[in-house]
Ligand binder design. Structure first.
Ligand code: IPM
Ligand code: MG
Length: 363
């Protein structure tokens, strides 16, 4: 029996998580046995409201002692004015760091029935399948010194971008390995013309490539150019590997190319325990209304089955059920456009459609 640590989090987090867990139950039903036990804990603003901290030591211990972590979303305007140290986002960053999750992989792919939801023209987005590997435990997110203080009588805010050779090597290796299972192409994104931390990034990625992965095509790209190329001709990308901050920014951009940030899952890997979460936020404006798109969370469950539990068949079952539901015309509000054969549904109904599709495909 595998033990899952579940952090529904804030905003729409609990609603989408309920659907993700229900789909997992369906997978067990199909297998004819229980495979997972779950234990939930508060995280983010909801934890702050009860415990005065965004993550308790018990919550961290629960994550560390589990086989995988599922997370909904954290944050919201209610907690925006809190001091930095207790903001909901701190919980997320601490989890990533403490679990050693140095690689965040975020697929950006276009589902054929949703092509028209993309703001880009059909011919630009048709068939897009990009995998971004964002370095997750280093760079400017964690570098010291940091903080706001008075320096020579002037109020000064400081953050530090740091990358060490081992941090770059392990991210690069994972990216090349991913590429070998895909289209054998890696774009490494940096700002090597201005930032020394990424001058080293470029050098180390090149060395890992030459020594261990000469069969994979490697392209170096400056981050500003990459932001432009993602819109100009996104099909040139297979795997993108980049730093923590650049990856944060580029994955939001990449997600929008696909039409909806509500569709995209993510996996954070590299430690003993993998963590899986939708890449969207807590969407406080629609929280509690049953409107949120649960598909990114459902697809995150599929990523968990694939990457943490070596269950690629079950993961594919979920992936293809999601595709069938989209092909069947079912849409939550974020991906809905008026048209023949298209029906708007809420969070729970969307989850049900996926579960039905799983059961139908195994009958
Ligand atoms: C993400 C989010 C987080 C990040 C925030 C919520 C701290 O934007 O996962 O992309 O910046 O990493
Ligand atoms: Mg982000």
């Amino acid at each position: 029996m595998k033990k899952l640590c579940v952090f529904p989090g804030d905003g729409i987090g609990p609603e989408v998580m309920a659907e993700g867990l229900a789909v997992l139950k369906t997978i067990e039903q199909v297998a004819g046995k229980q495979m997972f036990t779950t234990e939930s804990a508060l995280l983010g603003g909801s934890s702050y409201d009860v415990h005065g901290v965004p993550m308790t030591d018990q919550a961290m211990a629960l994550a560390e002692s589990s086989d995988a972590v599922l997370l909904g979303a954290v944050g919201g305007p209610k907690w925006d004015a809190l001091p930095f140290a207790v903001r909901p986002e701190r919980a997320l960053l601490a989890l990533r760091k403490n679990l050693g999750l140095f690689a965040n992989i975020r697929p950006a792919m276009v589902y054929a029935p949703l092509i028209d939801a993309s703001p880009l023209r059909r011919e630009l987005v048709e068939g897009i399948d990009i995998m971004v590997l964002r370095e997750l435990t280093g760079g400017i997110y964690f570098g010291e010194p940091r903080g706001v203080s008075m320096i020579d009588g002037v109020e000064t805010g400081i953050n530090t971008e740091i990358y060490t050779r081992p941090e770059i090597e392990r991210a690069a290796r994972m990216a090349f390995e991913l590429a070998r299972k895909r289209r054998n192409h890696v774009t490494s994104v940096d700002k090597a013309n201005v930032l020394e931390s990424t001058e080293l990034w470029r050098k180390v990625v090149s060395e890992v490539h030459a020594k261990e992965f000469p069969d994979v095509t490697l392209v170096h790209m400056l981050v500003d150019n990459c932001a432009m190329q993602l819109i100009r001709w996104p099909k040139q990308f297979d795997v993108i590997v980049t730093t923590n901050l650049f990856g944060d920014i580029l994955t939001d951009e990449a997600s929008m190319i696909t039409g909806s940030i509500g569709m995209l899952p993510s996996a954070s890997l590299g430690g003993k325990v993998g963590m899986y979460e939708p890449i969207h936020g807590s969407a406080p404006d629609i929280a509690g209304k049953g409107l949120a798109n649960p598909l990114a969370t459902i697809l995150s469950v599929a990523m968990m089955l694939k990457y943490s539990f070596d269950m690629p068949g079950e993961a594919a079952l979920i992936d293809s059920a999601v595709e069938k539901v989209l092909t069947g015309g079912w849409r939550t509000a974020d991906i809905f456009r008026e048209g023949p054969g298209v029906t708007k549904v809420g969070t729970v109904e969307m989850g049900e459609k996926v579960r039905q599709a799983i059961l139908n495909s195994t009958r």
